[in-house]
Design a protein around this ligand. Structure first.
Ligand code: CMC
Length: 429
């Protein structure tokens, strides 16, 4: 009968240890009993960039990167993208189950009635330079919200947590749209509670002189689908930041500002912005082979390609390609799509990409859709952040309720100088 355990022999001492295996993992802390001598601290596992370390148990999102599978609470992403709405998916992520009709009504009502931000936040946004990157404004404004809701510090209080969750999901589109309007010098457009979550977001972004903004239903749905696709992705860089900062019991606004800051980087949610800049730089189909050559020589990266977990086609990229067609029927085709499709075709036949299992990820096509819908390029990471907000919050809440979790505190392998005496400045060489 095979045993769920791992036998390890320490060749320094000849001793053998048996470590239990649970859910395909050993506990790193079990390694500590493996010591070379009495004053040895015990064996550590060294894992830069957390390539093979599970930091939590989670019931929220399942990814099988080799098979290109993504599920939220067990539901395949393609089914949610086809049948669900962003707010229903947000409920699912946070509560673990799809809502009843009544629960969904209450949830939507709760989110809708928290969309307005305090007028002083508006003044705060006004203070940014005219060309401030909207993601910088967004990160700061999310952090700033914590000063308006000091009760958010009571993270152990379920009612308070619920209120902050409503506020964050409701207010992120408002902050995002206000950051954009500031950038382009347009007056802020206030939330319209008659509209859907994404319809209202489009209203706050693009409303001009019309008395009532009417979102195009296809574009409203397209943004909804894109938000569903971005809603969670288990322990990625920004979610780890959310959990890490949240583990110190900071309020959720401060933790989410940290998560959004992590998302901003070009290797993470900032990649969608870089993809657009790359496609513009390539400029025409004729320039693609030369660009691929530069990628293979290590001069540049093919932005929107590759993923730490997916070693197969990113299932979100497949759905986004379909959404692109629907959007282009309304907006007209974004000519960059032809460059993107050809780039993908060539890359997927090239041994450099095939051997490294580099496929298009979620960011490869999303920017082309956003641009066709008139979102400026620097808003792309902000759109990602709105979509990811329920995922961050679900992961934050799961972390707080997990009795095994404590303040996050990795170990290090010290490589510096051994102890030495202080040298007075006149004696230093
Ligand atoms: N273009 C060219 N080569 C690449 C790329 C790329 N986009 N991505 C990875 N590689 C190469 C990399 O140079 C390495 O080659 P070698 O073995 O010869 O050194 C090999 O593929 C393995 O890559 P890695 O850097 O070890 O992989 P990683 O898991 O550390 O990085 C990644 C994952 C997403 C940061 C990386 O693929 C990348 O930088 N991609 C471009 C940025 C991007 O599109 N990011 C969005 C990710 S999806 C949205 C999200 O969730 O954030």
């Amino acid at each position: 009968m095979p045993k769920d355990s791992l036998s390890i022999t320490d060749n320094r001492t000849g001793r053998t240890y048996e470590l239990p295996i649970q859910d395909g993992a050993i506990r790193a802390a079990d390694l500590r009993q493996i010591k070379a001598g009495a004053d040895d601290f015990g064996l550590l596992s060294y894992d830069p960039a957390f390539m093979n370390t599970a930091s939590c148990r989670s019931a929220i999102t399942y990814i099988d990167g080799d098979r290109g599978i993504l599920r939220y609470r067990g539901y395949p992403i393609d089914q949610l993208a086809e049948h669900s709405t962003f707010l229903e998916t947000a409920y699912l992520l946070l509560h673990g189950e799809l809502p009843s009709a009544q629960a969904l009504d209450d949830w939507e009502y709760g989110v809708t009635h928290h969309t307005i931000i305090h007028e002083n936040i508006k003044k705060f946004i006004d203070g940014f330079h005219y060309d401030a990157h909207p993601m910088g404004v967004f990160v700061s404004a999310v952090a700033g919200l914590s000063t308006f809701y000091p009760e958010a510090k009571r993270i152990e209080d379920e009612t308070s947590r619920k209120n902050q969750i409503f506020r964050l999901i409701a207010k992120t589109p408002t902050l995002a749209a206000f950051a954009y309007r500031h950038r382009v010098g347009m007056p802020y457009a206030y939330p319209d509670n008659d509209l859907s979550y994404t319809g209202n977001f489009l209203n706050m972004m693009f409303k001009a002189t019309e008395v009532k903004y009417a979102p195009h239903p296809v574009l409203e749905r397209a943004i909804d689908v894109l938000f569903i696709l971005h809603a969670d992705h288990e322990q990625n860089c920004s979610t780890s930041a959310m959990r890490g900062v949240g583990s110190s019991h900071a309020d959720p606004y401060s933790a989410m500002a940290a998560a959004a800051a992590a998302l901003y980087g070009p290797l993470h949610g900032g990649a969608n912005e870089q993809v657009l800049r790359m496609l513009r730089e390539i400029g025409s189909l004729a320039n693609i082979p030369a660009y691929i050559q530069r990628v293979k020589q290590g001069e540049v990266k093919l932005m929107g390609f590759g993923h730490r977990i997916y070693k197969n086609y990113d299932p979100r990229a497949k759905i986004i390609k379909l959404t692109a067609d629907q959007v282009f029927d309304v907006t007209g085709k974004n000519p960059l799509i032809d460059i993107a499709l050809e780039l993908e075709r060539i890359a997927l036949q090239d041994d450099y990409f095939v051997s490294r299992k580099l496929y298009p990820n979620v960011d490869f096509y999303s920017g082309i859709i956003y641009e066709a819908m008139r979102f400026p390029v620097d808003m792309f990471p902000v759109l990602f952040a709105i979509g990811r907000t329920p995922g961050w919050l679900a992961q934050w809440q799961e972390m707080l309720l997990d009795k095994e979790q404590k303040i996050a505190r990795p170990r290090q392998v010290y490589t510096g100088s051994p102890v030495r005496d202080y040298v007075p400045i006149e004696k230093r060489t």
